[in-house]
Design a protein around this ligand. Sequence first.
Ligand code: AVI
Length: 326
Amino acid sequence: MTTPSVARFIDLEPEVEDFETAVLAGLGRAPKTLPCKFFYDQAGSELFERICELDEYYPTRTEIALLRRIAAPVAALIGADCHLIEFGSGASTKVRILLDALVSPARHTAVDISRDHLRAAADELARSFPEVEIVALCADYTRPFEVPAATNPPHAKRVGFFPGSTIGNFTPDEAIAFLRSAAGLLDGGDFLIGVDLKKDVDVLTAAYNDGQGVTAAFNLNLLARVNRELGGDFDLDAFEHRAHYDAREGRIEMHLISRRAQTVAIGDHRFDFAVGETIHTENSYKYAIEEFRAIAERAGFTALECWTDPGNLFSIHYLRAAGGAP
Ligand code: AVI
């Protein structure tokens, strides 16, 4: 079937959690927190793209090289005529490696909450892969949603794709809940998922404390965003980025530390900070292969295959929903 070289756009009009409500609630807690999903405004997304190119931040280049290496066995496991679904598709860079390797993929659905970015990236994909039906689905993939069936063939096997170790930004319980709901959406299909591995603490901490200060700027942008969008008066020089590895939890924690005792105003609200007080902004969980397999199995998947890079930095798991086709 010949398809037009623009993506079909479906807007599920995701309800975006109110930034103001989340900020006021998070700063009102003890200890103070801000949710990491609010990192990604325009400035934050640009900073994240720079993070992905840093020498210290190994996950992106390692996963891309690994995906290139395993594309053929992954394509063999997936089989012909699949319906590929990427959760949080962003710039749709990594999925191109799969689309190049797959045998006559029927449809690719790119799911993302960022409407304009999604539409542009999906149109680019449609131009590059004119023989694949490309659909851009604007939705919040962290909440339940429906994916329209492929038209050709109508019952194409669904295969999920969730690269980047974004699953590590969920707590293990949230990761299980996400995987369970994805299992339902994939309708007995398969799931290819990138997961960052536990490793030397110095390598981990360097990845989140880069020498150029890009990760610090990314973290501090959250306060700048509060100032821009909510009329806050955070003095960015009065907070410092800090990231450390908590071995007991198996996670990198990112924080913003108050350099002095201070009061910050956001509209009519006031928040007091003691010197050294932190705002916890992100967790990034790291998993041994067996730990992630256990999580996948608790969510109803069978772990069929796992590949790692030669340095054992990053893993890609191939999961099959229990009861799915062999
Ligand atoms: C998007 N996510 C997988 C990144 C991570 O490594 O947890 C976000 C990030 N935070 C700081 N650097 C990168």
